[in-house]
Design a protein around this ligand. Structure first.
Ligand code: IMP
Length: 502
């Protein structure tokens, strides 16, 4: 006979935290959100920790290299989407690893013989008015000069003039050499009253531009996640089919951690993928697995050697898995159940396997609830897709600025998606939708606000760390009626975009 669970499974919105005692030390500035990313033995330190408990979803519309850079600077880690060719995924990983704060690879480049019509087209395309002039017109070609809006008067130009007649030529430029650091670049900028400093290699090939305006913003990242060589950390999604080709390319690009990306992870395929990684990389390559929604799935993947385990089936905002396949579990119940199994596993083996709540975070407080229920960190798709740095197109729809956000199981992503790859299926069905989300600005500003909300709730619960929150949290289920009471009610809200409390 089929097994029936005693209780219905619940979502985050059905729970609230009941405050605990707040002492004088319980102020947001004292709260640490540091949390383990990968398994560790009792008494030892995890090989990788996060400074904020947030990682980005393995999705085309979420985790590209720009988001990877922005998130690592704030203390989280992005998992670059795997639903793309191996070479382009590895190139994205490499771009995050090679990122030097304040050093920008020039995106507007022309040859000396280019006409001004080409310059105007570039400015239109990139929105940047500082143009590098290189011998071959590439970002890393031999530096010939620099063209800025101060070099020409647009009202006097016909468009047919040549760049070389207006640019500041190489011999008049002050440049940084191969060993330039951000602070030495800044000194050159200030001492010479520059706006832009080109940085070249020993052969005078352009490497980067450093902009005066960027310097201060690059000092504002106290939570930055860096490896031993001071490079940003980045993860990548893999699948259980082409890992033997994909992983070596990702490792060569410098990936710090991979995650097996699957909507249902309690499977032999995941165990075999982890086994292959251990055979080829030992413990040096960290690998997350999932998704599971119960203790049984957790134990299977923990025993298979997963470094962290993701929880969640069907809760994602773009997800229609529950509707199409009838599988899943309320996200809160799944987290609570798996957290219990994680603690039991730790008790029994002395090995702590971090767990990640993946999908279904709508309000910032859902993150705090997930942590209180035992998650070590959360994976977010919709949340990050709204930001400037996410790969989706920014559009104006019905007067509102939106970004595109599509599921990995949607028709749009499906050529590459995990749902129907490699199983030889001709017939397949969608498990996700293509959608718009309200544009929300920069990752940095939004994450700062979310982090403040989490810390402030932790103060209400008398907790200074995530383990302390998990220990002290008091959670209550709420009735359907009190959920109504929880929002603004019996008033006419002046702005109706429903984003005031998210
Ligand atoms: P969100 O944060 O609620 O938007 O959920 C993001 C999560 O949804 C991802 O991390 C995946 O686990 C899951 N997901 C991504 N694409 C799809 C899809 O097309 N169908 C079902 N689930 C998806």
């Amino acid at each position: 006979m089929a097994y029936y669970y005693d209780e219905p499974s619940h979502t985050f919105s059905e729970y609230l935290l009941v405050p605990g005692f707040t002492g004088p030390e319980n102020i947001p500035a004292n709260v640490s959100l540091k949390t383990p990313l990968v398994r560790f033995k009792k008494g030892e330190e995890p090989a990788i920790s996060l400074n904020i408990p947030m990682i980005s979803a393995v999705m085309q519309s979420v985790s590209g290299d720009r988001l990877g850079i922005a998130l690592a600077k704030e203390g989280g880690i992005a998992f670059i989407f795997g639903s793309q060719p191996i070479e382009s995924q590895a190139a994205m990983v490499a771009r995050v690893k090679n990122h030097k704060a304040g050093f920008v690879v020039s995106d507007s480049n022309v040859k000396p013989n280019a006409k001004f019509t080409e310059v105007y087209a570039l400015i239109e395309e990139t929105g940047h008015s500082t143009i590098a002039v290189t011998e071959d017109g590439t970002p890393n070609g031999k530096l010939m000069g620099l063209l800025t809006s101060r070099d020409y008067r647009i009202s006097r130009m016909t468009g047919n003039e040549l760049v070389k007649d207006y640019m500041t030529p190489r011999e008049n430029l002050i440049v940084g050499g191969p060993n330039t650091t951000l602070s030495s670049a800044n000194d050159l900028i200030w001492d010479n009253k520059l706006n832009t400093l080109p940085v070249v290699d020993e052969n005078d090939h352009l490497q980067y531009l450093v902009f005066r305006k960027d310097y201060d913003s690059h000092k504002e990242h106290p939570n930055e996640l860096l490896d031993s060589e001071k490079r940003l950390l980045v993860g990548a999604g893999i699948n259980s089919r082409d890992y033997a080709e994909r992983i070596p390319a990702l490792v060569a690009a410098g990936v710090d951690c991979v995650v097996i990306d699957s909507s249902e992870g309690y499977s032999i395929w995941q165990a075999e993928t982890i086994k292959w990684i251990r055979q080829h990389y030992g413990d040096n390559l960290k690998v997350g697995a999932g998704n599971v929604v119960d203790a049984e799935g957790f134990r299977y993947l923990a025993e298979a050697g997963a470094d962290f385990i993701k929880i969640g089936i069907g809760g994602g905002s773009i997800c229609i898995t529950r509707e199409t396949k009838g599988i899943g579990r309320g996200q809160a119940t799944a987290v609570i159940d798996v957290a219990k199994a994680r603690d039991e596993y730790f008790e029994k083996t002395g090995i702590y396997v971090p767990i990640c709540s993946d999908g279904g975070i709508v309000y910032d407080y859902h993150i705090t609830l997930a942590l209180a229920m035992g998650a070590d960190f959360v994976m977010l798709g919709r949340y990050f897709s709204r930001f400037e740095e996410a790969p989706g197109e920014k559009l104006v729809v019905n007067g509102n600025t939106v970004k595109e956000y599509w599921g990995e199981g949607s028709a749009r992503a499906r050529n590459w998606a995990r749902y129907d790859l490699g199983q030889g299926k001709k017939l397949s069905f969608e498990e996700g939708v293509d959608s718009y989300v309200p544009y929300a600005g920069s990752l940095k500003d939004n994450v700062a606000m979310t982090v403040l909300k989490i810390k402030s709730t932790m103060c209400n619960c008398g907790a200074l760390t995530i383990p302390e929150l998990q220990d002290k949290a008091k959670l209550t289920l709420v009735s359907a009626t009190s959920i109504v009471e929880g929002g603004a009610h019996d008033v006419q809200v002046k702005h109706n975009d429903n984003t005031y409390n998210k």
